[in-house]
Design a binder for this molecule. Structure first.
Ligand code: PLP
Length: 355
């Protein structure tokens, strides 16, 4: 078995993969594949219902919120959010903490005015700006809770006078959040929740219906809510595998239990980065992500041979994003702590080898 530190699509629990594989051949023993049954069948409706129920339970979603499973990825949400929430001539506020945040803000400009409240672009997004005001006349305030490429994460959410919209693609279900602090949360499944092809949206119902423009059905949250995520054929298999992953998470003790494990994984890996003289963390210490751990080597000539040693140990997916360089170890929910131990051992072995 490989140690999969890939940033996304990321690691899924092995038992989930085995159940998914079985369901492709014979779903729930009904003699049909999950890939060849109607999305309106009782069997699939039960899957979707359970997926929605698990999201609500695991995140303690209060009443007054709708849970949707949509297509188009987080990138479609970059456009769908302003399409539905930003009135003509109105303004939305964005915190620019990386290229995903930047892309989200760019899409909003098609629909109205965008105010960047702060950016850390000048330092290649190595930290989260904290000194800013959220304008009270904005339709909403958009943040990216975890910056997958740069390894930074919002540790706290400022109190906001307007609804907060958060892209949580790479840290949803990894730590406790209070859903009531948000107007809308979205997350592409393929980092921490399931396979590519489905996007989770949790939206507070009463923030909708405030723009006058006409919105095509597929891009309209209201239509999707009324259709129960089945206005058209939903991504059946991606929803099924996400549901299995959420079941797995619940069986592990839910978000509180996984958060403890995630804290331990991150703490041990950062400790080695800080201790081992060959390595250096990239992100500001107080903003370090517990999902994507970015680091470089003090001597860039060591990076190739270190990567080779990792490969020999079955460690895959740790090459850093091209815009940051070095390494990025994504330590999502499904990555066992033993894989983190293997990486730490490999860092120590490498230091011994080049002595
Ligand atoms: C991966 C990622 C995206 C892009 O997701 P798609 O589903 O490919 O559109 C957006 N935001 C964040 C934070 C991500 O990690």
């Amino acid at each position: 078995m490989k140690h999969n530190f890939g940033a996304g699509p990321g690691i899924l629990p092995h038992e989930v993969l085995k159940q998914a594989a079985e369901a492709v051949v014979n779903f729930n023993g009904i003699g049909l594949s999950i890939l060849e049954i109607s999305h309106r069948s009782a069997e699939f409706e039960a899957v979707l219902d359970e997926a929605v129920k698990l999201v609500k339970e695991l995140l303690q979603v209060p009443t007054g919120y709708s849970v949707l499973f949509l297509q188009g990825g987080a990138s479609q949400q970059f456009a769908m959010v302003p399409y539905n929430l930003l009135p003509e001539g109105g303004k939305a506020a964005y915190l620019e903490t990386g290229v995903w945040a930047n892309k989200a803000a760019k899409e909003a400009k098609y629909f109205g005015n965008v105010e960047l409240v702060a950016t850390s672009k000048e330092s290649n997004f190595t930290y989260i700006p904290k000194d800013y005001e959220i304008p009270a006349d904005a339709a909403y305030f958009h943040i990216t809770s975890n910056n997958t490429i740069y390894g930074t994460q919002l540790q706290e959410f400022k109190k906001s006078p307007v609804p907060v919209v958060s892209d949580m693609s790479s840290d949803i279900f990894s730590r406790h959040i209070s859903v009531e602090d948000f107007g809308l949360i979205y997350a592409g499944a393929q980092k921490n929740m399931g396979p590519a092809g489905v996007t989770l949206v949790i939206v507070k119902d009463d923030i909708l219906g405030k723009v006058d423009r006409k919105i095509p059905a597929m891009f309209n949250y209201q239509t999707q809510i009324e259709g129960g995520s089945m206005y058209n054929t939903p991504p059946v298999f991606a929803i099924y595998v996400s549901m299995l992953t959420l079941r797995w998470l619940k069986a592990k003790g839910g978000v509180a239990a996984i958060e403890q494990e995630n804290n331990a994984k991150a703490e041990q890996l950062y400790r080695e980065i800080d201790r081992n003289p060959l390595f250096k963390g990239v992100a500001a210490i107080e903003d370090r992500s517990k999902m994507n751990v970015c680091f470089v080597m003090n001597n860039p000539e060591h990076e190739k041979p270190f990567l080779k040693l990792c490969d020999e140990k079955g460690i895959v997916g740790i090459k850093g994003h091209r815009s940051v360089g070095g390494f990025r170890a994504s330590i999502y929910n499904a990555l066992p702590i033993t894989s983190v131990h293997t990486l730490i051992d490999t860092m120590q072995d490498f230091a011994e080898k080049i002595k």
